[in-house]
Design a protein around this ligand. Sequence first.
Ligand code: GH3
Ligand code: MG
Ligand code: MG
Ligand code: MG
Length: 316
Amino acid sequence: YVLKENRFSYEYTAKLVRRLQRNQSVKVLVADDSMVSRKFIRSLLEQHLFQVIEADDGIAALDTLKENPDIKLLITDYNMPRLDGFGLIIKVREQFSREELAIIGLSSDSDESLSARFIKNGANDFLQKPFVHEEFHCRVLNTLDALDMMAKLWEQANLDYLTNVFNRRYFFNLYEEKLPTITRNQGTLSLGLMDIDFFKKVNDGYGHDVGDEVLVEFAKRLKHSFSQHFTVARFGGEEFVVGFKGLSVEKSFALLDRFRMQMESTPVMTTKGELTITVSIGVTNFNHDENVDGMLQRADVALYEAKEGGRNLVSI
Ligand code: GH3
Ligand code: MG
Ligand code: MG
Ligand code: MG
């Protein structure tokens, strides 16, 4: 394949290898009522090492998606019994965005408007049957490359580069979205705003790189302690926040105080040796009908009190 393309450059081969490595973890669902067509598409996909799952109509495809929500690509025929390709993708798009799950429509129908209709209904791309193998592969790989690119962009927009926890932007977007629902449902929410104590001394005494190592380890411990159930974000500098959806301020106080004690008692290992790092935390609950800023202002006042009270404290 590479030789035929006459592009035997290191970069080209490296790209092919990267794609093949990626493809091995990509599940592709093929929905088509023709077994011959399904087997043919399967063989093309397997040449590129994809994991292939088959469904023989739209309803079977929906069931398969429910069982395998990690499917990344759906290749669907148009004419199928029970539920056709359009019906299928309209249903699929109620649940999965174009960024989460790519769809390529297929049809041997001669209707020229089909490709536009497929794309308007939520497909990422369309292929007319019969197709040459090369076109099939190009479209599948381009579609998945675009998905990877979108995921990368999402990460760059929403994750903190140094510590890999969520960033301030993500936190604000999430809570602006969440607060009205929480208010409507009379739910509870509390929040811990934290700031590492005397962090400047780490930078001044050991260098900025060691400061970074401390931030990375601090974020890792926060993630380990909280991110399975709660939202952990870096607000900037040495300031972090944890959002406790469903927890009262008393419960989150207890969890945060345990974290504070763990920080105090477990030194952080850095390239310049072990450093004892402590943290001050302000906790507050969510008052119904307020916005994110209101809640953060109260958390900030509580954090200030923890600092004034001597640091290494959690304050409500
Ligand atoms: P306090 O106990 O009052 O919080 O004291 P502090 O020294 O932690 O106070 P301050 O907030 O003034 O210091 C924060 C320092 O964090 C200042 C800044 O240079 C440093 N900083 C901010 N972002 C980064 C970063 O990404 N890496 C490193 N190494 N340092 C950072
Ligand atoms: Mg068909
Ligand atoms: Mg600070
Ligand atoms: Mg600080």
